[in-house]
Design a protein around this ligand. Structure first.
Ligand SMILES: Nc1ncnc2c1ncn2[C@@H]1O[C@H](COP(=O)(O)OP(=O)(O)O)[C@@H](O)[C@H]1O
Ligand SMILES: [Mg+2]
Length: 243
């Protein structure tokens, strides 16, 4: 996929992420135990592990949806557990993609992509142009007027990814983004994430129990019962975005 003339001129560059001594408990039950790792700007990291191993919890902490009970998480040198206004950080610095796309059914595809821009007070005239460019980037050029119900599952997930990119965040956190897709649609989502990381230099952390993700990642981390048990380099690749 190539970037068209309408593509956003300001490309996001990736954030570094540092997870240091992070433990997390729900009530008295500790579910993450002393997790440590770092992600380089522009890296695509696969976070795998069985159901219940703590992947979603870790993504929520990285995206300031929750605060760790112990340890520190830095995103681009900002301690996300100490933010006074985490909602502002979430709106501007992270793009979330979940297993369920959470597109609003009564809005068109383009309006869904524009929603986070409105929240970030992007001027109205800029929103439409940026949304169209993002839809082009995820291979859905010309589908902006469709309703989510008129798209396939894989296409809806690509709209969710375009929406996650709306405010050009330096970090994308994707939680089981292919959990409800067949393997061909899943593969197209993995390739899109790979493409995104290569072209924009956005840092991407994807949590999935689906190990077909691993070959698309630069590195794979595995969580087992809340502990990081394996850190493997998949294949060396340049981390710099094409300009
Ligand atoms: N909001 C919550 N309250 C209490 N326990 C939770 C909550 N969310 C997750 N857990 C528990 O934390 C553990 C890790 O869950 P989760 O992070 O969702 O794992 P994964 O995403 O790998 O399936 C599980 O034992 C789960 O039951
Ligand atoms: Mg999960």
């Amino acid at each position: 996929m190539t970037q068209g003339p309408q593509s956003p001129s300001r490309s996001a560059t990736g954030a570094s992420v540092s997870v240091a001594g992070v433990s997390h408990a729900y009530g008295d039950v500790e579910v993450l135990h002393d997790v440590n790792f770092a992600v380089q700007p522009g890296e695509l990291v696969a976070l795998t592990g069985p159901s219940g191993s703590g992947k979603s919890t870790l993504l929520h902490l990285m995206g300031a949806l929750d605060r760790p009970t112990q340890g520190r998480i830095l995103v681009a040198d900002v301690d996300v557990g100490e933010l006074r206004r985490p909602a502002v950080f979430r709106r501007t610095s992270v793009g979330f993609v979940f297993q369920l796309h959470y597109l609003l059914p009564t809005l068109t595809v383009q309006q869904n992509v524009e929603l986070p821009m409105a929240a970030a007070r992007v001027p109205r005239h800029e929103r439409a142009a940026r949304a169209r460019a993002l839809l082009e980037e995820v291979g859905l050029w010309g589908r902006g007027r469709a309703l989510p119900s008129e798209l396939s599952g894989g296409e809806r997930q690509r709209v969710a990814l375009a929406r996650a990119l709306a405010n050009q965040p330096p970090l994308i956190l994707a939680d089981e983004p292919t959990g409800s897709l067949d393997s061909a649609a899943a593969d197209s989502v993995w390739r899109l994430l790979e493409d995104l990381r290569r072209r924009r230099g956005t840092t991407v952390v994807v949590a999935s129990h689906d190990r077909s993700l691993i070959p698309h990642a630069d590195r794979s981390l595995q969580l087992v019962e809340g502990r990081l048990s394996e850190v493997s380099a998949v294949q060396p690749r340049p981390c710099t975005a094409e300009r």
